[in-house]
Ligand binder design. Structure first.
Ligand code: ZN
Length: 424
């Protein structure tokens, strides 16, 4: 049944085909100039225009529909001009499908302050606002105009503003790009959250203006869809305000004001309240526009996202833990380096259809991890990415067939919790 379509002549479109009752979940299709994405979908992360250790062809074979790279990293190296000259991100990295880029806001704001640990909910290590605002050691300074930061590569100084983020992301040329936002932590004060939220709203208007200008100037390039980012930390009124504001935001062009093509749900999210916070936002955001949950990818969180109205997810966790020999299985996480795997002449997971599981044993993987062979990262990453991509594919199939909650119960009954939220 076709419920909602957003007509569009620019190559970007989102269409919902199923919206089961009793939840905010939906099944749909995002169309981009580089191809379609059946949603809900997990989008693997290739931070620097590469999913570490795995060829793009292999990512395609294992079922990845799109990849997400990072504007901050690509801005520093090789530089947006190189990507522009190469014909855009997808062509540059030989990826035959849609791409996303993160705005760079999260990365520049998190420089040198251990932000990733905060996102991993390591509450003891941090206190305060001053994670962003007062630490003498910090490598990033935020003001109303933008963020000044020090490159983690060579220490050189740079400045990102909403306009710069749009210029960089237009040159990189991904199909879906994100507005520049101020990402806060759960430890900022309420007052600071309010200030950051208003800043993100004003930056959203500047992003829309610059995006509109660049889209017109570069009309020969494939259309890029711009998603606004919803912040507001753990506060119900702030999350709802952000969702209301960002849904209504328009560029200042009096003749043809434009709004966002979709929305990114961001910020520090506590695992326990994830579902509730997503509901606050998704009950307000326009149903016909796609929603991306930034940096979330642990299996139990993916279920919560899907049933609370998320269409796409990205997370570096699957590939990052793979390189440390940690792999997902139907019964929880396994560490291939553990001695128990030395003579385990069986696949990582009997039920997995990935290339690694159909050709290699845990004993072999144990051996190559212990020997620090490069192939270890490749084989483990293939398995983990396939595991997560397939899990979301299975959720989509279960939503269509009407047995989503049975599928969830069956999966979670066997799976032991593995925590994680991670952006790169
Ligand atoms: Zn596998």
């Amino acid at each position: 049944m076709r419920i909602n379509a957003l007509p569009s002549g620019n190559g970007f479109n989102f269409e919902i085909s199923h919206a089961p009752e009793k939840s905010l979940a939906r099944v749909g299709k995002i169309s981009t100039p580089h191809g379609d994405i059946a949603t809900p979908a997990f989008i693997p992360v290739g931070t620097k225009a590469t999913v570490k250790a795995v060829l793009p062809e292999t990512m395609k074979e294992l079922g990845a529909q799109a990849l997400l790279s990072n504007a901050y990293h690509l801005y520093l190296q090789p530089g947006p001009d190189v990507l522009d000259e190469a014909g855009g991100l997808a062509r540059f990295m030989n990826w035959p499908g849609p791409t996303f880029t993160d705005s760079g806001g999260f990365q520049v704001l998190s420089l040198g302050v251990g932000f990733k640990k905060v996102l991993a909910m390591d509450a003891q290590t941090f206190r305060s606002d001053d994670v962003i605002a007062g630490n003498k050691e910090r490598l990033a300074h935020v003001d109303d105009e933008g963020v000044t930061f020090k490159s983690h590569i060579d220490g050189s100084m740079h400045r990102f503003t909403p306009e710069v983020s749009m210029q960089v992301q237009h040159k990189i040329g991904a199909d879906i790009i994100f507005a520049f936002d101020e990402c806060t932590t759960l430890h900022n004060t309420r007052k600071y959250q309010e200030k950051a939220l208003e800043r993100t709203r004003l930056w959203g208007i500047r992003c829309l203006d610059e995006h509109q200008k660049l889209t017109l100037e570069r009309s020969e390039k494939p259309y890029q869809a711009l998603y606004g980012v919803i912040q507001g930390a753990q506060y119900e009124d702030l999350r709802k305000k952000a969702a209301t504001d960002m849904a209504a935001l328009r560029s200042t062009d009096p003749d043809a004001p434009i709004g966002f093509d979709g929305f990114g749900l961001g910020g520090a999210l506590d695992k326990k309240t994830l579902g509730t916070i997503l509901t606050w936002m998704n009950e307000i955001l326009p149903a016909q526009k796609p929603r991306h949950l930034l940096g979330i990818g642990a299996p139990e969180d993916l279920f919560i996202g899907v049933e609370n109205g998320i269409d796409t997810f990205d997370c570096v966790l699957a590939s990052r833990i793979a390189r440390t020999s940690a792999v997902y299985t139907m019964v929880g996480r396994n560490n291939l380096s553990n001695a128990i795997n030395r003579r385990a002449f069986e696949p990582i997971d009997d039920e997995c259809d990935c290339y690694t599981c159909t050709h290699y044993t845990k004993a072999y993987l144990h051996h190559v991890f212990r020997g620090k062979e490069i192939i270890a990262a490749t084989l483990a990453t293939i398995h983990n990415e396939r595991f997560i991509v397939r899990l979301v594919d299975q959720m989509r199939a279960a939503l269509i067939s009407g047995d989503y909650f049975e599928f969830k119960e069956q999966f979670m009954g066997r799976y032991k919790h593995l925590s994680g939220q991670a952006r790169d």
